[in-house]
Ligand binder design. Structure first.
Ligand code: GLC
Length: 446
C-alpha cells in the first residue's frame, strides 16, 4: 500500500523516501490560509488525468524555441516587429481542441503570455499594447481558445508568466524599482483580465515567478506577493486549480520535463508536464523529433500508476498548425489511451507499489488495473498489497486470466496475451480500495 508522507519535508527527502526520480519545482511556496483547494474541488482534475499544453506565440515565427528572444539577445525593436507578421489566417483554435480530443485529453492549458511579454488576447493591461489584438492578426486568441475548449468539452487552462523580459527592472528589481513595479502592475492586471474576461478558467498555470533569472519561482515572493495575487484570482475564480509556480504553494505539484519516472506512488496531487517531441524547447522548432509511441505510452502509464496527471506539450508552428507526423503520433497515443480508457480516466494510482519498468496499478472502487510493461519480468512477480481478495482477473475485452495465490501473494498468468507496450489486466476485488492522500508542505529546496 502507498506510504503516507510526513507533514513537512523537502523535495530531496521526498525523492529519497519514495526512491523517486520525481523533481517537484517551486517548493517552499508561501502558505496562505484558505487559498488551497480541498480534494473535493480537485476531483474533476484528478479524474481528467490527461491534458494538452500549447506553447505558441510570436516566438513560433522564428522556430527556435520560446526562449529565442532572450537566448539570442534579439534587439528590442526587431522582436517587437514580429507582431506585424503574426497573422495565422487559415487557423482556428477548434483544430487544437480537435487535436486534444484525438489525444484523449480532458483539459487544455494554453500559453497566454510567455516570458517575451506578447499576450495572446486583447489586453488593456499589457505594457505598450503588446498583444495579439494589436498585431497583424487583430484577434483575441485566448477568447477563441476558450470558446473552442468549451465547444469540445475540454476544461480551460491558462499558462501565464508573471515575469517579462521587456522590463529592465526584471533584471534589476531593486535598482530599477519603478520599472520592476510596472511589470508587477502588468501581471496583476493581466491575470485579472484572464480570470474575468471569458468566465472563470478551470486551471491557472503560472511559470516564471523568479527575478533576474536567479533563484526559483518561490524566491521572489517578496516582490510578487503571490498571496495578494491569488486572493484576487480566487475572488473571481474560486475553484480554479492553480499550480505552485507563482510563489504561493498552489493546489498541486509540478514535475517538469522528459526525465523517466521511477519510484513509489506519490500521495500528493501532482502533474508531469513534458513535450511530445524531444523537449529541447517547448515552442516550435523545425524538425524537432517526435517521441516514439512506446515511450509515450510508458511515460503515461508510469505517471498514472504513481497517481499523477500528465500534460503533453505540443508546439504549433507560426500558422498554428502541427505537422502530419505529430498529428499521427497524437492519434496513436490517443487511441491507446481511449482503448484503455477505463484503466486511465477516473482512476487513482495504486494500491500496489509499482516495480520500475515492470508494472504498476490504477484503481477505481473495487477494481484494480494491472499495467504490465514487461511481461517476462512480470511473470516472476508476486502481487501484494491488495486490500481484498481477487474475485476475477480479465483483459479489458473480457478474456479470463488464470491466477493463483499463496503466502507470497498473487501470481497472474498472462502468457496467453500478445506482448504490447502496456498489457492491462482488470482485477475485481471483494473490497473497495481507498486512495491515500497526504497533506504535505514542502518546506524548501532540493
Ligand atoms: C520552463 C521553461 C519555459 C516553459 C516551461 C514549461 O519554465 O523555461 O519556457 O514554458 O518550462 O513548464
Amino acid at each position: 500500500m502507498p506510504i503516507t508522507l510526513p507533514r513537512e519535508m523537502t523535495g530531496a527527502e521526498l525523492q529519497s523516501m519514495l526512491k523517486s526520480s520525481v523533481n517537484f519545482k517551486s517548493l517552499g511556496g508561501m502558505r496562505v490560509p484558505g487559498l488551497k483547494l480541498g480534494e473535493e474541488d480537485l476531483a474533476w482534475w484528478r479524474s481528467a488525468k490527461v491534458g494538452m499544453f500549447i506553447h505558441w506565440g510570436l516566438y513560433s515565427l522564428l522556430g527556435r524555441g520560446e526562449w529565442a528572444r532572450f537566448n539570442e539577445k534579439l534587439p528590442y525593436h526587431e522582436y517587437e516587429a514580429l507582431k506585424d507578421a503574426f497573422d495565422p489566417r487559415d487557423f482556428s483554435t477548434d483544430e487544437w481542441a480537435e487535436t486534444a480530443r484525438d489525444l484523449g485529453a480532458n483539459y487544455m492549458v494554453m500559453v497566454t503570455r510567455h516570458h517575451d511579454g506578447f499576450a495572446l488576447w486583447n489586453s488593456p493591461g499589457s505594457y505598450l499594447n503588446f498583444d495579439s489584438a494589436h498585431s497583424a492578426a487583430g484577434r483575441d486568441f485566448v477568447k477563441e481558445f476558450t470558446d473552442s475548449c468549451r465547444k469540445y468539452g475540454m476544461r480551460v487552462g491558462y499558462y501565464y508568466s508573471p515575469m517579462d523580459w521587456r522590463f529592465p527592472g526584471y533584471f534589476d528589481p531593486k535598482g530599477l524599482k519603478d520599472n520592476a513595479l510596472k511589470m508587477k502592475t502588468q501581471c496583476y492586471r493581466q491575470v485579472e483580465e484572464l480570470v474575468t474576461n471569458y468566465g472563470a478558467p478551470d486551471i491557472l498555470w503560472y511559470d516564471g515567478g523568479w527575478l533576474a533569472h536567479k533563484g526559483s519561482d518561490t524566491s521572489s515572493s517578496w516582490f510578487w506577493e503571490p498571496d495578494k495575487l491569488n486572493k484576487m484570482v480566487r475572488s473571481h475564480a474560486p475553484k480554479a486549480v492553480i499550480n505552485p509556480r507563482s510563489g504561493w504553494e498552489g493546489d498541486f505539484y509540478c514535475d517538469e520535463g522528459s526525465k523517466e519516472l521511477s519510484g513509489k506512488i506519490i500521495t500528493v496531487p501532482w502533474e508531469k508536464n513534458l513535450c511530445l517531441c524531444s523537449g529541447a524547447s517547448w515552442g516550435w522548432m523545425e524538425n524537432d523529433p517526435v517521441r516514439d509511441l512506446d515511450w509515450l505510452i510508458r511515460m503515461t502509464v508510469n505517471v498514472i500508476c504513481r497517481d499523477g496527471n500528465i500534460l503533453w506539450n505540443i508546439a504549433p508552428d507560426k500558422s498554428g498548425k502541427l505537422s502530419d507526423e505529430i498529428h499521427a503520433r497524437i492519434r496513436e497515443l490517443g487511441s491507446w489511451i481511449r482503448q484503455n480508457g477505463e484503466a486511465v480516466y477516473g482512476t487513482r494510482g495504486g494500491p500496489v507499489e509499482p516495480v520500475d519498468g515492470v508494472f504498476g496499478t490504477t484503481f477505481r472502487e473495487n477494481i484494480v488495473y494491472l499495467h504490465i510493461l514487461d511481461a517476462a519480468e512480470f511473470a516472476k512477480q508476486r502481487i501484494n498489497g491488495l486490500p481484498g481478495k481477487v474475485l476475477s482477473a480479465r483483459t479489458l475485452d473480457g478474456n479470463e486470466i488464470a491466477f493463483s495465490e499463496n503466502d507470497d501473494g498473487y501470481c497472474f498468468d498472462i502468457s496467453c496475451l500478445l506482448p504490447e507496450t502496456d498489457v492491462v489486466v482488470k482485477l475485481t476485488l471483494d473490497a473497495r480500495v481507498k486512495a491515500t492522500v497526504s497533506e504535505v508542505y514542502f518546506s524548501g529546496k532540493g
